[in-house]
Design a protein around this ligand. Structure first.
Ligand code: AGP
Length: 606
């Protein structure tokens, strides 16, 4: 899950590469590097650590070049060292490449090339690419043919940006399942793993397809497929603006994106609900509206936070649409042997739209002839383009590695889809009316964020945490635990409160606090008895409860109150304090909450 950037144009490439790498740093940040063609020679600079360290090291170098490639790394093969940082070159220094993905047969290719005298400098899988191209160049083939023949020998997933010093006016790019977009400028063109890195440079992008090779000059783009046929391409316009991709007055993207919660819910239902007519309009599903009528079973495919949103969606589809629904970790679903009955459809949920497991799981479902729908935030991303129909979140770019606003947006879309599929089997008007009030209720919670900062100060030194919830709030407990794990590296587990008796209660002691999600609803009495069991074992309790609840303060050590809402909509309100709590604990423990260790925003390789 690395970040690739490339530039060819009239400007000096270096500052453009550096700012692009900074925007892509959420994809991996253990080392970074650039290769610039200065005259007919490559100037290559690589540093371990964040992009700012590379930038600092380049400060006094006036490397003036109009073509270059850059990379920010999330190590898969070979530890984070300068030698293993990208770009990687061939023996002669003629060809340099940056790569995102995994070359599965790199060991065979490496020994094949070493047998032919190639000297390898790194432990990476990537370095086989420039050497393989060089191998064909040495046999007298031209660059295009050498690139072709090299790609035919490579197995695995990749997005590659390549420069040949003998073709100084051309940037080469190709991909197979890892994402890569071309940014179309005026007398300049860009390459990036993610369109958000192009914000402020161009709004016009071309999404490179699998098995395509692009030859990019400063004023021309030519795309061919692996059969060497010209491939038409579409230039699409990004809806995001620079301001959205910047922190503004917030100290972290994560905090900014939490505070974007209310607006993100509004933009997810804007123009899509007519409460008075008890109607939901989802344009992206109209093309399959007939087929939707025959759905008898739904399978939700996702990973991480998107998976937990899917678990709330399971309640919506079963209780509102009356459609039997299962939610699967995409990484497990892709390797399950099972039969699918007529009328089974899958819904792939993904913020980035590039998560490899979700993409593969969805492709498997399509191979079995299932209708594949999507709930995706990144417009034009691979999962969005692979689905038959779907709904975009319109949540804007989510840059903080820990997903927050996307979760709220996914809940909104899942609720709208459930109502859309309910066909009056469920009185949805009250739900739609209450949904319209949710953004204001989230704002009420955000106004009290300082209270959560104080609670974080009190609980920041515990090394274990149990998150407990029931029904709609069970997935919220799982999501809350994930946020705390991601941001503060505290061991946190989400659990169904009733399930606690079947094991986890053994862990409860005065040093093991529980975050109890216990709003007033159909199961709050049950939750209270679970809290009694914790209290009896002197476990500290921090509760998320409904305003006006008189009973909870007698059970919990600390209580954060959220506004009252309908049970089905509680996750919209109960998750926000958990997002803020994790944020404050992470910052108080001194961690970079936007770039938590060992994580990357979208997991594009298996
Ligand atoms: C969540 O905070 C994490 N970043 C991660 O679990 C994420 O939700 C997961 O990788 C799925 O990503 P996607 O929604 O982009 O597919």
């Amino acid at each position: 899950m690395c970040g690739i950037i490339g530039y060819i144009g009239e400007e000096n490439a270096l500052p453009i590469l550096i700012s692009g790498l900074k925007a892509l740093e959420y994809r991996g940040y253990d080392s970074a590097g650039v290769a610039l063609l200065v005259g007919d020679k490559f100037e290559v600079r690589k540093k371990v650590g964040k992009v700012e360290i590379l930038e600092e090291s380049l400060k006094d170098n006036n490397l003036d070049s109009h073509i270059g490639i850059g990379h920010t790394r999330w190590a898969t093969h070979g530890s984070p060292t300068e030698l293993n940082a990208h770009p990687h070159g061939d023996c002669s220094g003629r060809v340099f490449a940056v790569h995102n993905g995994i070359i599965e047969n790199y060991k065979e290719l490496k020994s094949y090339l070493e047998d032919r005298g190639h000297i390898f400098r790194s432990q990476t899988d990537t370095e086989v690419v420039p050497h393989l191209i060089e191998n064909f160049l040495n046999s007298g083939k031209d660059f295009d043919t050498s690139l072709f023949d090299a790609l035919k020998m490579i197995r695995g997933a990749y997005a590659l940006a390549i420069i040949d010093s003998k073709n100084p006016e051309t940037l080469y790019a190709t991909k197979l399942s890892s994402p890569l977009v071309i940014g179309v400028g005026v007398e300049e063109n860009f390459l990036a793993s993610d369109p958000s890195a192009l914000i402020g440079k161009t709004k016009n992008v071309v999404y490179l397809g699998d098995g395509e090779i692009a030859k990019i000059n400063h004023n021309n783009i030519n795309i061919i497929n692996f059969e060497k046929q010209e491939t038409p391409f579409e230039i699409v316009s990004l809806e995001w603006d620079l301001e959205q991709a910047q922190k503004g007055d917030f100290s972290h993207f994560m905090l900014k994106e939490i505070f974007e919660g209310p607006e993100v819910v509004r933009s997810a239902f804007r123009g899509r609900i007519k409460p008075k007519e008890n109607a939901v309009k989802l344009g992206g599903l109209e093309i399959v509206s007939d087929k939707l009528k025959d759905i008898k079973r739904l399978i939700v495919l996702a990973c991480g936070t998107s998976y937990y949103a899917g678990l709330v969606g399971e309640y919506y589809f079963e209780e509102i649409s009356k459609i039997p629904t299962e939610v699967h970790f995409a990484s497990e679903f892709r390797y399950r042997e099972e039969t699918f009955n007529e009328g089974t459809a899958v819904i792939a949920i993904s913020q980035s739209g590039e998560t490899a497991d979700t993409l593969a799981a969805m492709k498997k479902a399509k191979e079995h002839g299932l209708m594949a729908l999507g709930i995706v935030n990144t417009v034009g991303s691979t999962i969005a383009r692979e689905t038959e129909a779907g709904v975009y979140n319109h949540a804007g770019p989510e840059i903080g590695v820990a997903s927050t606003k996307a979760f709220l947006s996914q809940l909104t879309i899942l609720l709208l889809m459930a109502i859309y599929l309910s066909k009056d089997k469920y009185t949805t008007e009250p739900l739609l009316k209450e949904l319209e009030k949710i953004p204001n209720k989230i704002e009420e919670i955000l106004y009290q964020s300082s209270q959560l900062e104080e609670l974080a100060e009190k609980y920041k030194d515990y090394e274990n945490f149990l998150f407990l919830g029931r029904r709609y709030n069970y997935p919220v407990a799982l999501e809350g635990a994930l946020k705390l794990k991601e941001i503060s590296y505290i061991h946190a587990e989400g659990y169904g409160a009733r399930e606690m008796k079947h094991g986890p209660i053994a862990m409860i002691n005065p040093d093991f606090p529980s975050m109890a999600i216990v709003p007033q609803n159909s199961v709050s009495e049950k939750m209270f008895s679970n809290l009694e069991e914790i209290k009896a074992r002197k476990g500290p309790i921090l509760a998320i409860a409904t305003e006006g609840d008189k009973k909870i303060s007698s059970l919990a050590d600390d209580v954060f109150y959220v506004p009252k809402t309908m049970e089905a909509l509680e996750p919209f309100l109960t998750v926000v304090p958990l997002q803020l709590f994790s944020y404050y604990i992470g910052t108080k423990r001194g961690f970079d909450v936007d770039k938590p260790r060992n994580l990357a925003k979208s997991v594009t390789v298996e």
